[in-house]
Ligand binder design. Structure first.
Ligand code: HEM
Ligand SMILES: *[C@@H]1O[C@H](CO)[C@@H](O)[C@H](O)[C@H]1NC(C)=O
Ligand SMILES: *[C@@H]1O[C@H](CO)[C@@H](O)[C@H](O)[C@H]1NC(C)=O
Ligand SMILES: *[C@@H]1O[C@H](CO)[C@@H](O)[C@H](O)[C@H]1NC(C)=O
Length: 293
């Protein structure tokens, strides 16, 4: 479940804008007076470590066809947290802030670093949570595509590599890595063969497999995998394919502390991203829909 929350988190980049943010008011204390129970409630709900691990493990490495159900479960969890918060402090806590806090708590529950989440971001009135799926960069992206996509959001090449380390948790559907495991040459042959066992050359599009070898831990194994030519997605292996990001990948594979420290900084930066100015924002009542729609 941690990973679900996490993947949902990236969507908030696109979804959310924040008026508090425009005024420079994003603060970790945003709900201290208006809803002091918000932070502990979010933590209790989705992000109890054992729940997260159980859920992740039950999906790991198996030929389950839960691609869509998988994201759905993430959304359901957010729905449940939101419903509870609407009970205790109606209209106060935005869906964006719930997602950001849940992503942080999930990271911690899986053994990763912690950081202080800037709060007070509001929800956009123009996009739906599920639409945001389509805003992820495609797994067919090459290195220069990835650099461009992240730089359009204000991230450096180094931050792009760092944030990609989030693929240390979670799963991907066969359809997102099939051409890599059947047709690419910069892949460990034993690894490719084992993934072919989960992902047939035709059919089974929603079969799931972990993005790295230690999917239930938040660690630097993703980078070790890349060095060993065991990146699952084409876009993953692009980060270590005789290009300008090789040295950073190598360095994270040898130094988990450096990865954690850069990751927390990049996540805080993501949480503080400027939103397009002039958008009307709200605190959604239902995280799946704009209010009144
Ligand atoms: C660098 C560009 C990126 C690309 C091309 C990419 C692509 C993907 C793809 C194709 C999947 C599998 C989705 C599916 O099977 O439907 C995935 C999963 C995931 N991504 Fe990314 N991603 C990128 C960056 C990120 C970032 C920056 C984060 C978070 C900070 C992130 C977090 C995740 C997580 C946690 C999952 C697992 C989701 C789950 O288990 O349900 N990704 N990504
Ligand atoms: C990367 O992919 C894009 C299309 O997505 C293509 O236009 C570009 O030439 C590719 N760049 C390199 C260096 O292969
Ligand atoms: C692999 O490449 C061949 C030749 O381009 C293509 O016909 C085939 O569909 C590809 N297979 C996959 C699984 O992408
Ligand atoms: C990089 O280049 C070397 C030498 O040409 C080659 O053996 C290797 O497969 C290439 N790819 C990666 C990911 O290192």
């Amino acid at each position: 479940m941690a990973s679900l929350i996490f993947s949902v988190f990236i969507f908030l980049l696109v979804l959310s804008t924040g008026s508090a943010q425009l005024l420079g008011l994003l603060s970790s204390l945003y709900y201290a007076l208006s809803c002091p129970a918000a932070i502990p409630t979010i933590k209790d709900y989705g992000c109890d470590g054992s729940v997260l691990l159980d859920d992740t493990e039950s999906f790991t490495g198996e030929k389950t066809a839960f691609g869509n159900a998988n994201s759905l479960r993430g959304f359901e969890l957010i729905d449940n947290i939101k419903a509870k918060l609407e009970e205790i402090c109606p209209g106060i806590v935005s869906c964006s802030d719930i997602l950001t806090l849940a992503a942080r708590d999930a990271t911690v529950a899986l053994g990763g670093p912690t950081w202080t989440v800037p709060l007070g971001r509001k929800d956009s009135t123009t996009a739906s949570l599920s639409d945001a799926n389509s805003n992820l960069p495609p797994p067919s992206s090459n290195l220069s595509d990835l650099i461009t996509i992240f730089s359009n959001k204000g991230f450096t090449k180094q931050e792009m590599v760092t944030l990609s380390g989030a693929h240390t948790v979670g799963l991907a559907r066969c359809v997102t890595f099939r051409s890599r495991i059947y047709n690419e040459t910069n892949i460990d042959p034993t690894y490719a063969a084992s993934k072919q066992g989960v992902c047939p050359s035709a059919g089974g599009d929603n079969n799931l497999t972990p993005l790295d070898q230690s999917t239930t831990s938040f660690d630097n194994a993703y980078f070790t995998d890349l060095v060993n030519l065991k990146g699952l997605l084409h876009s993953d292996q692009e980060l270590f394919n005789n290009g300008s990001t090789d040295s950073q990948v190598k360095s994270y594979s040898l130094n988990q502390k450096a990865f954690f420290s850069d990751f927390t900084n990049a996540m805080v930066k993501m949480g503080n991203l400027e939103s397009p100015a002039g958008f009307i924002q709200e605190v959604r009542t239902n995280c799946r829909k704009v209010n009144g729609s």
